[in-house]
Design a protein around this ligand. Structure first.
Ligand code: ADE
Length: 231
C-alpha cells in the first residue's frame, strides 16, 4: 500500500482526475491511499491567508511558508515520508524510470505550487525532490500532480487487471509501444496487419518488436541507445 498526500490550494482541480478510472480503481482496491489537503485549512488568520506579495517587488503572489510548513509537520508527526516532492518546471524531467522508482516507495508528499510559486525556504529546507512534467509553464502544480499520481498508481500490483499490461507500455523497455488494433478486421477498406490475425505467436511477437523499434527510430530516435539496436 502506497500513501500519497497532496498539498494544494485548489483541491477541486485534483478531485476529478484522481476520482475516476484507474486512479479510482487503485484506491478502491486498496493499492493506494490518496489524501488531498487543502492548504487553505492551514491558512493564516481569520481569512485563512495562504499567499502574499513577493519581497523585492517581483510580480505575482507567492504561497506562504506557514500553511505549507504546518501541514507538512502535521503529516510528518504521523509517519515518515520517503520523498517530499515539489512540482515545478525547474525540477527533474519526469520519466518512466523515475515513476517506477516512486511507485516502490511507501509514503510520498506531493506539493503543488500556485501563482508565482512558493516561498523558496520551503524548497531549500523541506523538499527532497523537484519534478517537472515538461518544459512549459502550468498555472499551478495540480495538473502535474494528477499526471504524476496517475503514472504511479497504474504500476501498483493488482491495479491493472492484465498483469502484463503496464510492463508492455511505451517506455518500459525504452521503446515506444507497437500499434494495436481491434475489430472489425476491415473497415472502409483499411485492413488490420495480416500477421496479427495469423495465430502465430512467435511471428506476432517478432512483429511487435520490429514495430516498436521502427516507430522509435522514426518518431523518437533520441530514445535509442546503441545497445538497443540489434546488430
Ligand atoms: N508547475 C508549473 N509548471 C509545471 C511543470 N511544467 N511541471 C511541473 N509542475 C509545474
Amino acid at each position: 500500500m502506497v500513501r500519497i498526500d497532496i498539498l494544494t490550494v485548489a483541491p477541486e482541480l485534483l478531485e476529478s482526475p484522481l476520482g475516476h478510472s484507474i486512479p479510482k480503481r487503485a484506491q478502491d482496491k486498496g493499492a493506494v491511499e490518496i489524501h488531498i489537503h487543502n492548504l487553505r485549512e492551514y491558512g493564516k488568520g481569520r481569512y485563512r491567508q495562504t499567499d502574499d506579495y513577493a519581497f523585492g517587488g517581483a510580480a505575482g503572489m507567492v504561497l506562504m511558508i506557514e500553511p505549507i510548513f504546518t501541514c507538512i509537520q502535521m503529516l510528518q508527526g504521523e509517519r515518515t515520508y520517503d520523498e517530499i516532492i515539489y512540482l515545478s518546471p525547474d525540477g527533474e524531467r519526469l520519466t518512466q524510470p523515475c515513476v517506477n522508482r516512486l511507485s516502490m516507495l511507501a509514503n510520498i508528499i506531493v506539493l503543488c505550487g500556485h501563482y508565482k510559486g512558493i516561498d523558496h525556504r520551503i524548497r531549500e529546507q523541506l523538499i527532497t525532490k523537484e519534478i517537472s512534467i515538461g518544459d512549459y509553464v502550468l498555472s499551478g502544480g495540480e495538473p502535474a500532480a494528477a499526471v504524476l499520481v496517475d503514472a504511479i498508481v497504474r504500476l501498483l500490483p493488482g491495479v491493472i487487471s492484465d498483469e502484463t499490461s503496464a510492463l508492455t507500455d511505451s517506455f518500459q523497455d525504452g521503446l515506444l509501444a507497437p500499434p494495436v488494433y481491434t475489430r472489425p478486421k476491415v473497415f472502409n477498406g483499411w485492413r488490420v496487419p495480416a500477421v496479427l490475425l495469423s495465430g502465430n505467436h512467435r511471428e506476432i511477437a517478432e512483429w511487435h518488436e520490429e514495430q516498436a523499434l521502427q516507430r522509435t527510430q522514426t518518431l523518437r530516435p533520441d530514445l535509442l541507445t546503441d545497445e538497443k539496436i540489434p546488430s
